[in-house]
Design a protein around this ligand. Structure first.
Ligand code: MV4
Length: 494
């Protein structure tokens, strides 16, 4: 395959900028696509060329394959990098790129299809000998089948959508009499979310850790792993803090999981960068969960512990070259942590926060990397994912990385929106996190922030609103207005 000269990045925000940075280092021209909301966005300005593709809503712009392909043709792009989200795991889009003679910088569409259907993936992984949570490897054909399976594997069980992933359309079931309703609910949710109502049953693992392996494969049958990341600190299936390597894996367990991950990638005919997700239970048994057939948000922590550039490697294998290293060339060094800086109010139920970034100053210094998609003056809207930037640190040890992250979080200055920085600082200070004793329930188990005291402007606004509604002197009702949001932080899991 001829070398790639121009890459169109079919994405926005931090990942678009991240991909374009490597392209620039490689002497590859970059093309941005942008919506109405992103006319002045960082990624739009960073690119060598930029093409307007439609109105702000993603469904009218970043998700329209036709528009993206037209932009690629109009600018002479010979490759498209999809980033994550949007069209990145859309096999149909990958096929249309190929038909248009454009290199899709990602896996073959067949591999996307094989791993996108979770029952197909389970069937393939079982055949390859990768450990799976007990359950069905085909879609349920009746409620009776669910009952029989649950009796065999034991409660609790999860009903999962075959077309799902990332937690959508899941139902937890504790007893046989709940099964019928759960299957019906899961099917209807799956139908409206994915247009596919197939569901299957899996044994529910109670307090698992989410540990994933980075995989790289070329078109010549070489498959490597780049070690592991722990991503157990999640809220509603959104990761917030990730670290590499996972602090609790012995060398022996890491080697067995890495083997299973390479086997999984081979089993679906994978090419490019991908991630195998596992759940690890308290006995340190591990189970295949799903494969993400794209570059992931948290890829930088792997880059920092392995000294690699995953985007450069994606481009290298997309050009048809063999991987430039062997497994023996790869080693992990030190420890990396990523904090996702999102426009969400972590002290008020992580509610989305919008507005103009009136102040935006990034931390820097030893071992600090910031991948941002915003700068001072950026208008943060509610059209897109709230991720503003990723703060990533590297240090020789986990302890030093935690201290370094806290230092960098303290340096960050963002005004205009609320962010997840207070939450990330809570994690860095948390005793269980420091001891690496945490699982996927970390946030529910440990994070119960007191509500932030209302600011002067909020108190005045509340007072005015109350006065307008009641026509009594504002001063008398301020305390009641200030407690209007009470109560939520008392909520606990179970
Ligand atoms: C599970 C599970 C427990 N047991 N499967 C959530 C997202 C999707 N990828 C699958 N998920 C889970 N599947 C079995 N058999 C628990 C979860 C889960 C989870 C997994 C990883 C990280 C955070 C999570 C939060 C809630 C549930």
């Amino acid at each position: 395959m001829p070398p790639i000269r121009t890459v169109l990045v079919a994405n926005r925000g931090e990942i678009a900028v991240r991909v374009m940075r490597t392209c620039r280092e490689l002497g590859i021209r970059t093309v941005a696509v942008y919506s109405d909301a992103d006319a002045d966005a960082v990624h739009t300005r960073y690119a060598d060329l930029s093409v307007h593709i439609g109105p702000a809503p993603s469904k009218d712009s970043y998700l329209i394959a036709e528009r993206i392909l037209e932009a690629a043709k109009a600018t002479g792009a010979d490759a498209i990098h999809p980033g994550y989200g949007f069209l990145s795991e859309n096999a149909g889009f990958a096929r249309r790129c190929a038909q248009a003679g454009i290199t899709f910088i990602g896996p073959p569409p067949e591999a996307i299809d094989r791993m996108g259907d979770k029952t197909k993936a389970r069937e393939l992984m079982e055949a390859a000998g990768v450990p799976l949570p007990p359950g069905t490897t085909t879609a349920l054909t009746s409620v009776e089948e669910a009952v029989e399976t649950a009796r065999r594997i034991g409660f609790p069980v999860l009903i999962k959508a075959a077309a799902g992933g990332g937690g959508k359309g899941m139902r937890l079931v504790h007893a046989p009499d709940q099964l019928e309703a759960a299957v019906r609910a899961a099917k209807s949710e799956a139908l409206s979310a994915f247009g596919d109502d197939r569901v299957y049953v899996e044994k529910y693992l109670e307090e698992p850790r989410h540990v994933e392996f980075q995989i790289l494969a070329d078109q010549h049958g070489n498959v490597l792993h780049l070690f592991d990341r722990e991503c157990s600190i999640q809220r509603r299936h959104q990761k917030l803090v990730e670290e590499a390597p996972c602090a609790i894996l012995s060398a022996e367990l890491r080697a067995r999981m890495a083997d299973a991950a390479v086997t999984a990638a081979r089993g679906c005919g994978y090419v490019g960068a991908g991630t195998i997700e596992f759940l690890v239970d308290k006995h340190l048994d591990f189970y295949f969960l799903e494969m993400n057939t794209r570059l992931q948000v948290e890829h930088p922590i792997t880059e920092l512990i392995t000294g690699t550039d995953l985007v450069a490697l994606q481009i290298h294998v997309a050009e048809g070259h063999p991987l430039p290293m062997t497994q023996a060339d790869l080693a992990m060094r030190g420890h990396a942590i990523e904090c996702r800086i999102c426009a969400e109010d972590s002290e008020n139920r992580f509610l989305p926060s919008t507005g103009r970034l009136t102040t935006y100053r990034e931390p820097s210094g030893p071992g600090v990397r910031v991948d941002a998609g915003v700068d001072e003056g950026t208008e943060v809207s509610s059209y897109y994912d709230p991720l503003l930037a990723k703060l990533v640190v590297w240090a020789p040890t986990r302890e030093q990385a935690i201290r370094r992250m806290d230092r960098a979080l303290a340096e960050y200055r963002i005004r205009g929106v609320q962010t997840t920085i207070p939450f990330c600082r809570f994690v860095m200070a948390d005793e269980a996190f420091n001891a690496a004793r945490y699982d996927t329930h970390f946030i529910n188990d440990r994070y119960h922030p007191a509500p932030r005291p209302l600011g002067r402007a909020q108190i005045l606004a509340a007072a005015l609103a109350v006065r307008e509604a009641t026509a009594v002197p504002a001063a008398e009702v301020v305390p009641a207005a200030a407690t209007a949001a009470d109560g939520w932080w008392h909520k606990r899991r179970h």
